[in-house]
Design a protein around this ligand. Structure first.
Ligand SMILES: CC(C)(COP(=O)(O)OP(=O)(O)OC[C@H]1O[C@@H](n2cnc3c(N)ncnc32)[C@H](O)[C@@H]1OP(=O)(O)O)[C@@H](O)C(=O)NCCC(=O)NCCS
Length: 183
């Protein structure tokens, strides 16, 4: 069974980025992401309507971290530490040494290799530091960008669930990808 402890919070640095804890001061920048129809197109969760929705979400994230149930990082450029995206292991199955990865970025910064840089760093952290055995990702099969990110890191498509997710009056499909440690 995995024994996780996110205290102190693991700050991760890459060439261009710093991955740090999400703070209440990030609410405006995070709201810009979670209220953007473009960024949320494939996420299938309600768009944030007000900053209060985002503050609640940040509280939930920090509760998840302080109880060591999961972790989410604010993605920032090192130059200004302003939140432009997030990466996470938001669901961790400790008994199976397995975590679900998530990532999103403000559309202004898409296609510059930023999510790849952040995802590479947390995959390394997940396998080397957390001692995960596998990482999974659940995506909307029409989310080409997300699929490309997963393929880049050699995730394999292992399942395709037809109409397993009910959202906004529709039954939607889900593709499940996974990556094994040392595969
Ligand atoms: C999907 C997403 C995370 C990609 O982030 P990104 O920083 O633009 O990705 P990168 O620049 O690291 O690109 C990685 C690869 O995917 C490709 N790619 C990224 N977005 C793409 C798109 N929309 N269409 C086709 N290819 C795309 C890039 O060209 C790159 O390929 P390469 O390494 O062969 O050059 C980003 O578009 C996003 O945040 N979308 C909204 C949130 C979301 O859908 N999250 C995933 C939920 S499962």
């Amino acid at each position: 069974m995995l024994d996780l402890n996110f205290d102190p919070f693991p700050i991760i640095e890459t060439d261009r980025l710093i991955l740090r804890r999400t703070e209440s001061e990030d609410a405006r920048d995070y709201f810009a992401l979670r209220s953007s129809p473009e960024a949320m197109k494939h996420i299938c969760k309600p768009l944030h309507k007000s900053i209060d929705d985002t503050i609640k979400m940040i509280d939930n994230i920090n509760e998840m971290i302080s109880t060591n149930e999961g972790i989410s990082w604010a993605v920032c450029f090192k130059s200004d530490h302003k939140m432009i995206g997030s990466v996470s292991f938001h669901r961790i199955e400790k008994e199976h040494y397995r975590a679900e990865i998530g990532y999103m970025l403000h559309p202004k910064f898409w296609q510059q290799g930023i999510v790849s840089e952040a995802v590479k760093a947390i995959i390394d952290y997940g396998f080397k530091i957390l001692n995960l055995h596998s990482i999974e990702a659940h995506i909307d099969p029409t989310n080409v960008g997300s699929e490309k990110v997963l393929q880049k890191f050699k995730f394999e498509k292992e399942a395709y669930f037809k109409e397993n997710y009910f959202y906004d009056g529709q039954f939607l499909d889900t593709a499940v990808y996974s990556l094994l440690h040392n595969s």
